[in-house]
Structure formats: C-alpha cells, structure tokens
Design a protein around this ligand. Structure first.
Ligand code: DQA
Length: 154
C-alpha cells in the first residue's frame, strides 16, 4: 500500500515563479507539485496537495491529516516564524511532519532564523530550492519505512 502524504504550501507560495525568483526560483507551484508527484510515484507514495494563505485553514488541513495521511511535508512560509497555532496543531499529531524551505532561511534576515514549527517536526530541510521538497519527502519516506520495519529501534 502506498504511503499517503499531504504536501502543505503556506502563504504566498501560490505566487512561486513570479515571486522574488532570485530567491525562490522560476518554477511555479504547479510545476513543483508535478515534479514532486513524479518522485513520489517512484518511491511508492501518493501525494495530496494543499495551499492556503490563511493560518486557520492550514491548522484544519493538519487536523484532517491526523486521520487521512501517513505523513506531511510542509512549507509554512512566513507562518513558520509567527504561528503558535500551527505549532500546536503539529504537536497534536502522531504522524510525522517534515518542514521544508526553498531558501536558506539562516542566510537571510534575522526574523527568519526562528521557527515556531521546527521543534515539533521530525526534521527540517532548507536552502536547496524546489528540491528541498524532494529531500523532505525522501526523509519522510525513510522514516515511514523505519516505523514500519522490525528495526524501528534503530
Ligand atoms: C520560505 C521562507 C520564509 O521565510 C518565507 O516567509 C517564505 C518562504 C521558503 O520556502 O524559503 O514565504 O518558507
């Protein structure tokens, strides 16, 4: 059975391709989703995609994923640096959440150096452009395999 993975894109990521391409690259969100879905198909995972500019809608999507997904790959955008509500929603989940960022947030403004969400995520990937999503998905699938295996103590 394929792993069911929810991919969450937070605020302003619907503008990818047009938004600050020097930082976020030239690919649109749809193009990134297509590439990610191709990768997932090879790795035996099925993806669902969700984008919202609204904090509460992202909280609700995470609540839904508690029952409907095996794991989550999420770029919370600027909410990474501000949202206790999203942090609490992740903390309420048993399924793993991987935080991704297109840019290297630690090489940017100081206000991007703090993440409310990273401490309650399985791990974080950033700075690899759109491939950050692929690396995040790869890490999530490794973890799901580990949890399913007899070697889950390693
Ligand atoms: C981002 C980094 C955030 O600081 C920023 O607010 C974003 C995108 C990234 O993918 O690099 O919207 O999450």
């Amino acid at each position: 059975m394929a792993y069911q993975v929810l991919v969450v894109h937070g605020p302003n990521l619907n503008l990818l391709g047009k938004r600050e391409p020097g930082i976020y690259g030239a690919l649109t969100l749809e193009e990134i989703n297509e590439r990610l879905a191709d990768y997932a198909a090879q790795g035996g995972a099925e993806l669902r995609f969700f984008q919202s500019n609204i904090e509460g809608e992202i909280v609700t999507a995470l609540h839904d994923a508690r029952c409907n997904a095996d794991g989550v790959v999420a770029n919370f955008g600027a909410y990474t640096h501000t949202s206790i509500a999203i942090r609490d929603a992740i903390a309420a989940m048993a399924v793993p959440v991987v935080e991704v960022h297109i840019s290297n947030v630690y090489a940017r403004e100081a206000f991007r150096h703090h993440s409310y969400t990273a401490p309650v995520c399985l791990g974080t990937v950033g700075g690899f452009g759109w491939q950050s999503y692929v690396l995040g998905l790869q890490g999530l699938l490794f973890e799901l395999d580990r949890r399913a295996s007899v070697y889950k103590d390693e």
